[in-house]
Design a protein around this ligand. Structure first.
Ligand code: AR6
Length: 170
């Protein structure tokens, strides 16, 4: 089955999808950027499940490049899939780990049975990954990952991100 890739500009917390991906940090306990927005709008149920995941499976934190799902709380979605991007020029500054965020999020989406998945531009904010390179990795990885997800929607916050992804999508 082919996966349709669409681009929209805006705030991912205002979008509806089966699963919304969060650019989290390994603590899973919230932060700024898209992570802060998801927890603010989604409400405390998301953080409660994140805390439970810390206590059960991820005592040392969610490793970079991996993904895990929780409820979406009050968001217009069934699940939030939390993934941890690499910090550009940090100790785990590896493009393969950024690709892994997209691949692992789609794997989790498949496990859940999600048909539509919305992604932000992972690692391009606080984690400072250059936008053009992040867009290339995101689009290539989604195109090359076998999945039952029918639509992957990149929700880009600003013009710069939207244009970078649009160039890659061609
Ligand atoms: N909807 C869509 N995109 C957004 C939104 C939004 N509401 N808000 C920001 N962006 P960032 P990272 C864009 O910093 O670089 C957090 O503190 C933003 O313009 O959210 O992976 C976490 O807790 C940028 O293009 O995530 C981690 O500590 C992109 O989303 C750390 O930041 C990603 O920016 C993760 O850093």
């Amino acid at each position: 089955m082919t996966t349709t890739i669409t681009l929209v500009q805006g705030d991912i917390t205002h979008h509806s999808a089966d699963a919304i991906v969060n650019a989290a940090n390994s603590s899973l306990l919230g932060g700024g950027g898209v992570d802060g927005a998801i927890h603010r709008r989604g409400g405390p149920e998301i953080l409660a499940e994140c805390r439970a995941l810390r206590a059960s499976r991820y005592g040392k934190g969610l490793p970079t490049g991996q993904a895990v799902a929780t409820t979406a709380g009050r968001l217009d979605a069934r699940w939030v899939i939390h993934t941890v991007g690499p910090v550009h020029q940090g100790p785990d500054s590896d493009p393969a780990l950024l690709a892994s965020c997209y691949r692992e999020s789609l794997r989790v989406a498949d496990e859940l049975g999600a048909r539509t998945v919305a992604f932000p531009a992972i690692s391009t904010g606080v984690y400072r990954w250059p936008m053009d390179d992040a867009a290339r990795i995101a689009v290539e990885t989604v195109r090359n990952t076998p999945t039952a997800v029918e639509e992957v929607r990149f929700v880009l916050f600003d013009d710069r991100a939207y244009e970078a992804f649009a160039r890659r999508l061609g």
